[in-house]
Write a protein that binds this ligand. Sequence first.
Ligand SMILES: Nc1ncnc2c1ncn2[C@@H]1O[C@H](COP(=O)(O)OP(=O)(O)OP(=O)(O)O)[C@@H](O)[C@H]1O
Length: 415
Amino acid sequence: MKKEILKIQDLVVAYGDKKIIDGLNLSIYQGEFVGIIGPNGTGKSTLVRAITNILDYQDGSIWIKGSLNKKLSKRQLAKLVAVVPQEFHIEYAFTNYDIVMMGRNPHIDRKHRLGQRDHKIVKEAMIMTNTWKFRDNFFHELSGGERQRVIIARAIAQQPSIILLDEPTSHLDIHHQLEVMELISRLKRKRGLTVVAVLHDINMAARFSDRLILLSQGKAIAQGSPEEVIQEENLSKVYHMEMMVRDNRILGKKEVIPLRVLKQKVEINDKKIHVICGGATGGKILEQLKSLGLQVSAGVINQGDSDWEICKSLNIPCIEAPPFSHFTSKEAQKNAIFIEKSDFILVTDVPYGRGNLINLELLKEIKKPIYFLKAQGKIDYTQGKATEILEQLQNKKNFHWISSYEEFLKKIIEK
Ligand SMILES: Nc1ncnc2c1ncn2[C@@H]1O[C@H](COP(=O)(O)OP(=O)(O)OP(=O)(O)O)[C@@H](O)[C@H]1O
């Protein structure tokens, strides 16, 4: 059974009367790598301070290995939790060996003087973090990444049950970020350490964590495996951004691509738009409509088509058909339901071959406004049947050619 090592129950932390953490519940288990993510000012560092007794909390409890943290002395707490801060400053010129030896402080008292064992532990920690070669150098002579490795060595030498990292890579370039994350991950695997890391980089967090906790305004909005937490609806709500979430097939992890800051929703946000697209003609439009807060759906699109991938990444409801297949009447019927529910239909200039004519056929009976985008000039009139259907559609009063996405938006705002 998984052993609970850190338990946070109904935690409330406030600065004055401003509640920052508001009824937080978390459990962290032995040997896990837990990433805590969330926007600026959401209470991540406040949580770290509350766990480490730097900050008192107003309500709830924090249990570390079964002890209430408030009841632990500084020394007892330091034996259980080692903190790696964003940056570590020290006034005097200490060698890196001295800095790592500071990790032994909680273990040294009148009875236990500094001994051979402590030197052995420090040496091991420095070898493990590849800092042994800097042992006689001064800490302030090192680069940011090297310093962070020394601070991690200090945390290892502390022999804690939990390593708590507060944005450990925020001052590092991508090379050193990855190096530090790989080091922490290796320590977790080899030493069975429990790692709790506050991380700003969602992709790093998804890549290295066993479990993620998404904080927003002092509450855990989502927690679970990276696959469960890294979802467009979770992230866009919390970060107020349009995000694209896709599978990074090389790393076998979810990956987030920030697209844009959410704009003020346009007044037409109660309008529903169904986009008939495919063959990479709809991706950008789908994304732009979604970013305006409009209710968008799409279909029929073949699975694997880049427009289909964009629907999946942006959580756009989509009627789908198997890869490279011609659409069936069953799929068309499902599409007809979306069309029925929509206020406007937007048709991109997907080449109309035999496979997707059925999408056009559907529009013959529709009375609501249909906008045909001909910006890319790709509509294939050479297909006899497509020309025939388009000629019929053009004669309908609700049919409109448009030459750009902007023109479409202008038209629907006017309606
Ligand atoms: N000492 C303090 N006194 C009053 N308010 C504070 C204090 N420290 C932090 N705050 C406020 O508490 C909120 C949470 O801050 P905290 O540093 O915990 O957020 P965070 O999630 O770690 O943010 P960031 O990602 O920017 O580091 C912020 O609104 C901040 O202004």
